[in-house]
Design a protein around this ligand. Structure first.
Ligand code: RP5
Length: 170
């Protein structure tokens, strides 16, 4: 099947973080592609990728970058597809805030849905939710995933209780 989600990143050094987006999309059986597109070092490739993304059938783009992380915002400026930005704490990041703010502080009119620092897994889940808004089978997979999260927490509640920690709530 043609990819529905494009996962792009500024460098192969981002892959260790960004592969979490691919792993969760695999879990949801969502076809996706992974490649490198650098805003600063391959600007024409970035424009080409963003211009062709919708016509190639992509529905969402996940873009990760570190340091002066312009890739998600620049891609969002070119395509009408939703762009999810993953700030990566990279070798050229001061402390990660540079990547976060570069991706987060977009001007009015050009939104990027920014996830937490290094949170590529959440980017994958958010992409699945976007796909799921028009695909009931994907929405059902996301619902089951979230049900799994709730039952993990419920087990922890029981564990705490069995260790003698009391609550008056339940
Ligand atoms: C950014 O610079 C990339 O997204 C990466 O996070 C960072 C470092 O890139 P490399 O020097 O490892 O290629 O553009």
């Amino acid at each position: 099947m043609n990819p529905l989600v494009g996962i792009i990143m500024g460098s192969d050094s981002d892959l260790g973080i960004m592969q979490a987006a691919s792993e969760i999309l695999k879990q949801f059986d969502i076809p996706h592609e992974v490649t490198i597109v650098s805003a600063h070092r391959t600007p024409l490739r970035m424009v080409d990728y963003a211009q062709k993304a919708a016509e190639r059938g992509l529905k969402v783009i996940i873009a990760g970058a570190g340091g002066a992380a312009h890739l998600p915002g620049m891609v969002a400026s070119i395509t009408t597809l939703p762009v999810i930005g993953v700030p990566v704490k990279s070798s050229n990041s001061i402390d990660g805030w540079d990547s976060v703010l570069s991706i987060l502080q977009m001007p009015n009119g050009v939104p990027v849905a920014t996830v937490a620092l290094n949170a590529a897994k959440n980017a994958g889940i958010l992409a699945a939710q976007v796909i799921g808004s028009s695909d009931p089978a994907v929405a059902e997979k996301v619902r089951k995933y979230k049900e799994g999260l709730a039952s993990e927490v419920n087990s922890k509640v029981q564990n705490l209780r069995s260790q003698g920690w009391k609550n008056e709530f339940d």
